[in-house]
Design a protein around this ligand. Sequence first.
Ligand code: G1P
Length: 297
Amino acid sequence: MKKVRKAVFPVAGLGTRFLPATKAIPKEMLTIVDRPVIQYVVDEAREAGIEHFIFVTGRNKGVIEDHFDVQFELYDPLAQRGKHDQLARLQRLQPAPGQTSFTRQQVPLGLGHAVWCARDLVGDEPFALLLPDMIMQSERSCMAGMVDLYERTGSNIVAVQECDAAEAHKYGIVGKGDDVHSGFRITGMVEKPRPGTAPSNLFINGRYILQPEIFEVLESHERGAGDEIQLTDAMLKLQTRQAFYGYHYKGRTFDCGSPEGFIEANVAFALRRPDIAETMSGVISRLLEDMQPQAPS
Ligand code: G1P
């Protein structure tokens, strides 16, 4: 079985839900506490043993490439001023030379198309796919658990979580079959099901391990929901010749594609940061108290 060495990050999205913040800054560079969203996702991949990071970017996303580069004009002064902790943290988060690749999705034709744009950089091996809108919080990362399941089962792995029936139309939803190791057989998949038609309440949470044959399926550029080239449709086709397993992730997921999810992620991560957790929980309590109606005097 081939090891999962590479990860793909589709980061070409326009981020219109975050305008005006995303007029000049990619949405993936908005910060959760003090790290950009994209850094969380790359760190999750690295923790799972990924060695090469492939970014599918678009226009006005150059700053993502800069973020993962060495910045001498910052590193040198930090060293001279004795700020070794800060410098060491930056260096720890930095991919090693040659560990990143960048390509562009020239036209926004959907997630399936963005993934297909990475075909030459991935080559003939299984790869991880992490959607940067989704940020996870747990002791052990979602992708690390998926790599374990992959090493037991091979084939394709899709991470899922439960959602309210009313939310199912926003996501890809899978059908659940027999349990296998720490996962289950996926029996079907549907992208953005119409209300009342979802096969379960298990939604695809934005983490995948896929076999390279997915690129052959994506080659046909077939359009699906929203007139976009959908990855879920391609996976459904590949399922006729390869197994798909579901990995039921039990941690928290924040959908940072919406302002509410993004703010929730900021609060949740701030409350887990030992250096600011106490202050922040005091701040949040005071703000909530201020919102209570005052008793008449
Ligand atoms: C994409 C996938 C969908 C998945 C979702 C998770 O949808 O197509 O299957 O559930 O990401 O965020 P999008 O958010 O791009 O509409």
